[in-house]
Design a protein around this ligand. Sequence first.
Ligand SMILES: Nc1ncnc2c1ncn2[C@@H]1O[C@H](COP(=O)(O)OP(=O)(O)OP(=O)(O)O)[C@@H](O)[C@H]1O
Ligand SMILES: [Mg+2]
Length: 265
Amino acid sequence: MNESMMQSPDGVAIRIDHLTKRYGEFTAVDGMTLEVPKGRLFGFLGPNGAGKSTTIGCLTGLLDPTSGFVELLGERFSSDSIDLKRRIGVMPEGLALFDQLYAHEFLAFNGRMYGLEESVIRQRVAELIGALDLTAASRKRLADYSTGMRKKVAFAAAIIHRPEILFLDEPFESIDPAGVAMLKDWLRRFVSDGRTVFMTTHVLETVERLCDDVAIIKGGQLAWRGELDCLGKGGTLECDGEQFSTLEALFLHLVGERYNHLDWL
Ligand SMILES: Nc1ncnc2c1ncn2[C@@H]1O[C@H](COP(=O)(O)OP(=O)(O)OP(=O)(O)O)[C@@H](O)[C@H]1O
Ligand SMILES: [Mg+2]
């Protein structure tokens, strides 16, 4: 990531400006402002219920903000931004697959939705199914897939059109270690030519090794934002005037340690 790219307005992949999302009376995302430069693998962290999936919903058009706005790739984004939606890929939290389809049918359907040519679709579907170790399952319908297999198909559907920004909500959950190692490698390559990944996960070791930048949110608000590359070089993360040598220590500082024990257990 070079300096000029970070500073140029063209270098911003995602701009979130005072984003608020309410469900009835409840405020799930509360005036969040955040920018993600292009070419970064961005970890979006926070405790359960912090508002991560709600934010991703607003960034991908699954939800409309109550107030504030979102820009993707320099353009104002909303749920009816059809052209922008073709330039992003989304693996949402809930896996809404079409259960009666076979994996190759579902992936081809996604490819057509994004306007890919049939020959490209055929090639990419075959490569994805092979790489994700789903060939043996190709005679089963998605309804009969295991949880990890469904997750792999959802990942494949999110990347088949080679999007410019990839939004992943808990992408590695339920995927076996070999699969996770391969997906991490794919994601590093994905950002190496200036495309952007915005992902949530609760596995902080993965974030430390994989992500360039993180934001930690709490109660729908940004609690910390920073770069991680110093950690590998013996550096520390600073917050509230304190230094933290791991992301876990910083996370626990921000969200509070909870070691309540149960007398009856
Ligand atoms: N459809 C909904 N209606 C009402 N409240 C909702 C709805 N969806 C989410 N919420 C609430 O909004 C808050 C944020 O939820 P969200 O799913 O964004 O959290 P999250 O950070 O993704 O959590 P997790 O780590 O558990 O996935 C929670 O308090 C949740 O109960
Ligand atoms: Mg979530």
